[in-house]
Design a protein around this ligand. Structure first.
Ligand SMILES: *[C@@H]1O[C@H](CO)[C@@H](O)[C@H](O)[C@H]1NC(C)=O
Ligand SMILES: *[C@@H]1O[C@H](CO)[C@@H](O)[C@H](O)[C@H]1NC(C)=O
Ligand SMILES: *[C@@H]1O[C@H](CO)[C@@H](O)[C@H](O)[C@H]1NC(C)=O
Length: 367
């Protein structure tokens, strides 16, 4: 009995392997990939030299297929990589051309990574929003222009949306907040304008929201503080105004908050000083009032940068009870009075306190 079962298993396995090799990828996927390839040009590494024959699932650089359905599941083309194919050319590639809408005919795509090619232009095909299985869209480091497709919210499985370092303009689509699986949003260094959606907090799975170096206006939606998993919020180098919502300081795992280089006004919420945040950059805004006198053992900062604001009053005495302050920058404000003496300050240099109205004491001149 055992031998028969073994025989059956071997036959089945052989049949499967033969079918696998003969079948290749479906002709429709093959045609879509050929159309996708013909819109791109890369000569340095010869990435597309491997795209020959009819079995796109076998040894095509950057292509992988679902083992059961034999449909194309991943496109993974990176211009900067540790892959040996790049070794001779210092690991950096260059590709021109555009992303063909033919990519949308690969209806089982789970991930699309076309990253760091520097020269790819054109727009994100609008039809990309019709790929129901898409989990990863990573187009970082190209010259892609146009807008984020307005229907992006249809991609309800999307976990990663990374279009950083491109030339994307226009608003953040209202539908984006429908991406209930999104964990990583990276829109840095584009030309995105308009306001943040007020219901940004609906992105309940988000752990990193990186939107720095854009042209985003309006205020910080307080709904952001509902995102329980958010660890890293970078809204720096935009045109945001209005106050910092106090509830941001109550977020359970928010470790990095970068709001520098905006036009944020109002007071520093005391909650930020006794929060989970360890990396706080509020420099180059219009923050006014006093630095909250609420530092305590829960205040642990690898860096706290409040430079170039309109802060006044004294440096709060409680600051010496912080458990750690690695880097502190209070320069270019209107602070006055004696710099507290204590462990968090022993290693700080004069530049941390310079350009204020009348601060004194170590490391500045004696009072
Ligand atoms: C978000 O999804 C809901 C439910 O699927 C839908 O009714 C709504 O129109 C979507 N919003 C946007 C802006 O696409
Ligand atoms: C910054 O905001 C203040 C109001 O809070 C406004 O008076 C000022 O004009 C703004 N500055 C810029 C550069 O937008
Ligand atoms: C805070 O942001 C400013 C302006 O973008 C930058 O120059 C500074 O280095 C940042 N501070 C820290 C501690 O990273």
């Amino acid at each position: 009995m055992g031998a028969v079962r073994l025989y059956v298993t071997v036959v089945a396995a052989t049949l499967f392997a033969v079918t696998w090799a003969v079948q290749g990828c479906p002709p429709s996927d093959l045609a879509a990939l050929m159309a996708f390839k013909s819109a791109l040009h890369e000569s340095k590494h010869g990435i597309f030299n491997s795209w020959v024959g009819t079995n796109c699932c076998h040894n095509w650089k950057g292509i992988s297929c679902d083992p059961q359905s034999r449909r194309v599941a991943d496109i993974n083309l990176r211009g900067e990589s540790e892959d040996p194919i790049y070794e001779k050319t210092h690991r950096t590639g260059y590709m021109t051309g555009t992303i063909s809408p033919a990519i949308c005919r690969l209806t089982r795509l789970s991930s699309v990574t076309i990253a760091d090619w520097k020269g790819i232009t054109g727009e994100i095909p609008k039809c990309i929003t019709t790929l129901p299985f898409l989990r990863i869209l990573d187009l970082i480091g190209n010259k892609i222009s146009g807008e984020i497709p307005s229907g992006i919210g249809r991609l309800h499985r999307l976990t990663v949306l990374n279009v950083a370092d491109n030339l994307i303009s226009g608003p953040i689509p209202a539908s984006l907040t429908n991406l209930s699986s999104l964990m990583h949003l990276d829109l840095r260094n584009n030309k995105i304008s308009g306001e943040l959606p007020q219901d940004f907090g609906r992105l309940g799975m988000l752990s990193r929201a990186l939107l720095s170096r854009n042209l985003i206006t309006g205020t910080i939606p307080s709904s952001i503080s509902q995102i329980y998993r958010l660890a890293d919020l970078d809204l720096s180098l935009n045109k945001l105004s209005g106050p910092i919502p106090a509830t941001i300081g109550k977020m359970a795992v928010l470790a990095t908050l970068n709001l520098d280089c905006n036009n944020i006004s109002g007071r520093i919420p005391p909650s930020l000083i006794v929060s989970a945040i360890s990396n706080l950059n509020l420099s180059q805004n219009s923050l006014s009032g006093l630095i909250p006198d609420v530092f305590g053992p829960r205040s642990y900062f690898t860096a706290i940068d409040l430079a170039f604001n309109k802060l006044r009053g004294a440096i709060p005495k409680s600051i010496i009870s912080a458990s750690y302050i690695g880097h502190l920058d209070l320069s270019h404000n209107h602070l006055c009075g004696r710099i507290p003496a204590g462990p968090p300050f022993d290693h700080l240099e004069a530049s941390s306190f310079s350009y204020n109205d009348c601060l004194c004491g170590k490391p500045l001149k004696t009072c």
